[in-house]
Ligand binder design. Sequence first.
Ligand SMILES: Nc1ncnc2c1ncn2[C@@H]1O[C@H](COP(=O)(O)OP(=O)(O)OP(=O)(O)O)[C@@H](O)[C@H]1O
Ligand SMILES: [Mg+2]
Length: 253
Amino acid sequence: MIITVTNQKGGVAKSTTVAALLAALTQRGYKALALDLDPQCNLSLITKANIKGGTMLSVLGEEQKAADVIQHTSFGDVIASHAGLAGADIWLKDIGKEYKLKEAIEPLQSKYDYIIIDTPPALGILTVNAMVAADYVVIPSQADILSMQGITSLTESIKGIKKYCNPNLKIAGILLTRYNARNILTANITEMLREQAQSMGTILFKNTIREGIAVKESQINQVPLFEHAPKANPTIDYENFVDELLDIVGKGE
Ligand SMILES: Nc1ncnc2c1ncn2[C@@H]1O[C@H](COP(=O)(O)OP(=O)(O)OP(=O)(O)O)[C@@H](O)[C@H]1O
Ligand SMILES: [Mg+2]
């Protein structure tokens, strides 16, 4: 099962969500692997994965096999990213370029219950590869109007991917992140996002992830959120979200 976490809008908690998913799934006894496809390498930093050895760059450049660059972190297994991925839109240009990632991770599918992919804030070739390889997409979003706008163009890309490359791709749902119920606009935008999700044939997840200082603290300390602050709001929210997500995508197949 491959789940891509994506939204071309920056700073909507994609990497935070991938790290939380990886740690929660691993803690529950699943074999889980996260791929950092973002040249910013944020997920690699959060999980303390080494970006100097074999990375997604060597995998997509067909210099190394994915199985040979897996790192074991306290969150679970990770393949790190590399700044050189920033040029992927230029060097990934052969016929079949949209399928490079799918092909590279095919041999890992039987070894993992879940492979979670973190994407850069762009709808370029890396994000396309991540959606072509995936069974499901999770779309994190903040409750603001600019995030809503971004989801509209993302929906168009997903339609294109389904039509030309991956007819089985499904949108698991939109996840509201960095949620602050005290913000007076939040309720309105939440309702609008729910309608937007419906028009895309998906849902707004019931669980939202509240804003909490524990997220940044755990990232600075490079430890999983549930280990750093098991009782913090975002920790509880991510645990509940994982339950909800597993009900949608299925458990362990
Ligand atoms: N629930 C939360 N509470 C507080 N801060 C959060 C929360 N979720 C994410 N953040 C913070 O928001 C910032 C953006 O999060 P993150 O890096 O996960 O977003 P992103 O979508 O991956 O960004 P990019 O588009 O740059 O890859 C980070 O500083 C992170 O620590
Ligand atoms: Mg990120």
